[in-house]
Design a protein around this ligand. Structure first.
Ligand SMILES: O=C1C[C@@](O)(C(=O)O)C[C@@H](O)[C@@H]1O
Length: 232
């Protein structure tokens, strides 16, 4: 989440010491977001220095990202250059992007053997199970490698809805599903979502990129206990 190269270097140096399987670069926090060459250069360095897969994400303001006045075609151009550079292993594209842009980027990513996560975030509420299932199906139908949904629960019942959808859809669809409920109510989904079929969890490193994220060391402790006692 660093806003410049130095801040990013500091972050990944700290995180290199931690039990992290992959890094996400939330480029919407980067102050030179229009400098594509610089971004590609940093992505290459980040991968080299962290020796772990890199997920590249430009989150929109509507879905919890920083306010960056970026037009849709600028998002496409940024992703095109990053995919082309082969410096990242995965890109996160929001389902809200126009379909033709998404299909174009998926095509390009496939040529470079880069995975595409198609994502949906709702920072205000938890839509119905049916609506969430539709979002996941949309991601599958568009050709995602991974589908992701993040919602804001207003109650514990909302958390159960998210988990129920995760349990059902992770058994039904042919690609991995990542899910989480945000905020304090949702913390247990970040720790035990895997039990219900979520393929990955986001933890905070130097900073937190979404409400309810738990420090990576704490997440790792819980995952270790679950793996040890559940035998997976
Ligand atoms: O999509 C996600 C998940 C997330 O929103 C979370 O709730 O942990 C954090 C984002 O940085 C990431 O891109």
């Amino acid at each position: 989440m660093g806003k410049n190269r130095e801040a990013l270097q500091d972050e990944w140096k700290q995180l290199n010491e931690k039990p992290v399987d992959l890094f996400e670069w939330r480029v919407d926090y980067f102050e030179n977001i229009r400098d594509v060459d610089l971004i590609v250069d940093i992505a290459k360095e980040m991968h080299q220095e962290t020796k772990r897969p890199l997920l590249f994400t430009k989150r929109s303001e509507e879905e919890g990202g920083q306010a960056v006045s970026f037009k849709e075609n600028e998002v496409v151009q940024l992703y095109e250059s990053v995919i082309e550079s082969n410096a990242v292993h995965g890109v996160d594209i929001e389902l809200r992007q126009p379909e033709k842009n998404t299909l174009h980027l998926i095509d390009q990513a496939r040529n470079q053997e880069i995975d595409v996560i198609l994502s949906y975030h709702n920072f205000t509420e938890t839509p119905s199970a049916q609506q969430l299932e539709e979002k996941i199906c949309e991601a599958v139908e568009l050709g995602a490698d991974v589908a992701k949904i993040a919602v804001m629960p207003q109650s514990k019942t909302d958390v159960i809805t998210l988990l129920q959808v995760t349990e059902k859809m992770s058994r039904t669809i042919s690609i991995p599903l990542i899910s989480m409920a945000m905020g304090t109510n949702g913390i247990m989904t970040r720790l035990a979502g895997g039990v219900f079929g979520s393929a990955l969890t986001f933890a905070s490193g130097a900073q937190s990129s979404a409400p309810g994220q738990v420090p990576v060391e704490d997440v790792e402790q819980v995952l270790r206990i679950l793996r040890k006692n559940m035998g997976s």
